[in-house]
Design a protein around this ligand. Structure first.
Ligand SMILES: NC(=O)c1ccc[n+]([C@@H]2O[C@H](COP(=O)([O-])OP(=O)(O)OC[C@H]3O[C@@H](n4cnc5c(N)ncnc54)[C@H](O)[C@@H]3O)[C@@H](O)[C@H]2O)c1
Ligand SMILES: O=C(O)C(=O)C[C@@H](O)[C@H](O)[C@H](O)COP(=O)(O)O
Ligand SMILES: [Zn+2]
Length: 379
């Protein structure tokens, strides 16, 4: 069954269409929301191209005469200046104009890069997200587009909304388990920041990653997107509540950049970051949040639950201070008050370093801290 979720931000209203075996209707659905398209440039990666590019080209040719494709290497390293430049070159050499359309066919890497290309080509042309990973239930929605800088993740980008998110989840059937797990981390995140009942549903219905199929997969994706849509519709450009979507990302992004982009999947890094955020939350609010149970659960799903031993807490702290939520070089982390309720808190370097060491060395203990500060939730 096809499901539609509406996103309404100040800059754009659009739909996320979710269903199975939808490719044959892709051209008509795009044409309905993007009239008078002069040419289409599909941006995709090598893996996705080998699986789905021919089908997507065929579908688009039903409506469009000029359909081009630009294929980037697979993986996080492609969110680079080099690939960004190559995409612009492809757009120029194929004579895309201001009425042309970019189709981002792939996971979050393709979506973030192609979205940023669309935001900047001729100062902005229309684009459609065609997500092919579970993680992209998050990345394709909400309009954050970016490439990485060696000094920090997603540092160069724009808020730029797509015209449509066209999510044929039958394409996820070819996704390796490690990538399903990565996407599942963001689904868990959506439940933990917003919906306690959904977290309960996940625990009851997803005993292992392989359980994410059929109706359970579709429901998990839908609920994750509904939560993201609700947050983004309230706060498109992260002046407030949108920062909650960054739960687990302060450490997660620091790890991705410190280890080298692509070494750890985004979802694994975020899962470890969420675990650290829960560890910190227990100490910051001086209340038990069942950190040990979360650690056991995350371990059970196959997520990393301890910091790689060769990564130094000092270096992680330096990277965390470059996070986009930081103010005056002081780290601001999304902490959990209870399942379903989070807020943003400022944490001093000294305190954070101490907790990073404690997390690295002890990992599993529950809260008995006496140095927490019960600051009021600011967002
Ligand atoms: N913009 C946002 O709001 C947002 C949100 C979350 C994550 N992100 C970003 O998304 C990126 C991660 O996205 P991702 O996990 O989708 O990674 P990805 O795009 O690199 O895809 C993961 C891997 O799966 C392959 N793949 C994609 N679809 C496939 C399919 N259907 N079958 C088989 N293989 C397939 C890809 O080639 C790649 O090797 C990160 O850069 C992260 O920062 C952005
Ligand atoms: O949409 C958002 O807002 C998010 O924070 C979603 C995150 O899952 C995503 O990884 C996002 O790209 C992180 O944004 P950043 O601003 O921290 O780079
Ligand atoms: Zn993320």
């Amino acid at each position: 069954m096809m499901k539609r979720i509406h996103i309404a931000t100040p800059s754009k209203r659009y739909e996320v269409v979710i269903g199975n075996e939808l490719l044959h209707m892709m051209d008509r659905m795009i044409d309905r929301v993007c009239p008078h398209v002069t040419a289409v440039l599909i941006i995709t990666d090598e893996t996705v191209a080998s699986l789905y590019l021919a089908d997507v080209q065929q579908a688009l040719h039903q409506t469009y005469d000029r359909v081009y494709a630009h294929v980037i290497p697979s993986g996080e390293e492609a969110k680079s200046f080099e690939q960004f430049y190559a995409c612009h070159t492809a757009a120029l050499t194929n004579h895309l104009d201001r009425d042309s359309l970019i189709v981002a066919l792939g996971g979050g890497v393709v979506g973030d890069l192609a979205g940023f290309v669309a935001a900047t080509y001729m100062r902005g042309i229309r684009f459609v997200q065609v997500p092919t990973t579970l993680l992209a239930h998050d990345s394709a929605v909400g309009g954050k587009t970016a490439i990485n800088h060696p000094l920090g993740k997603n540092m160069i980008g724009a808020f730029y909304q797509p015209e449509l998110v066209f999510y044929d989840i039958s394409l996820l059937s070819t996704l390796p388990k490690r990538e399903m797990r990565s996407g599942f981390a963001e689904i868990i995140k959506h439940s933990l920041i917003y919906d306690r009942a959904f977290f309960g549903w996940l625990q009851a219905n997803v005993e292992k990653i392989e359980d994410l199929n059929g109706e359970r997969l579709q429901y998990a994706i839908q609920r994750g997107i509904e939560i993201k849509a609700a947050v983004v519709s309230q706060d498109e450009k992260e002046h407030g509540v949108r920062a909650h979507l960054n739960f687990g990302h302060t450490l997660g992004h620091a790890l991705e950049s410190e280890l080298g982009y692509g070494v750890m999947t985004h979802g694994d890094a975020v899962a470890l970051g969420m675990l650290f955020a829960i560890f910190v939350s227990e100490r910051f609010y001086n209340q038990p949040l069942f950190y040990s149970s979360f650690r056991t659960l995350f371990h059970h799903y196959g997520f990393p639950t301890s910091l790689p031993s060769h990564v130094s807490p000092e270096r992680l702290l330096e990277k965390m201070k470059k996070d986009k939520k930081a103010k005056d070089q002081t780290v601001r982390m999304v902490l959990m008050k209870e399942i379903g309720t989070v807020c943003v808190e400022q944490i001093s370097d000294e305190q954070l370093l101490q907790w990073l060491y404690a997390f690295a060395e002890e990992g599993g203990e529950t809260c008995d801290s006496s140095d927490s500060r019960g600051n009021d939730c600011e967002q």
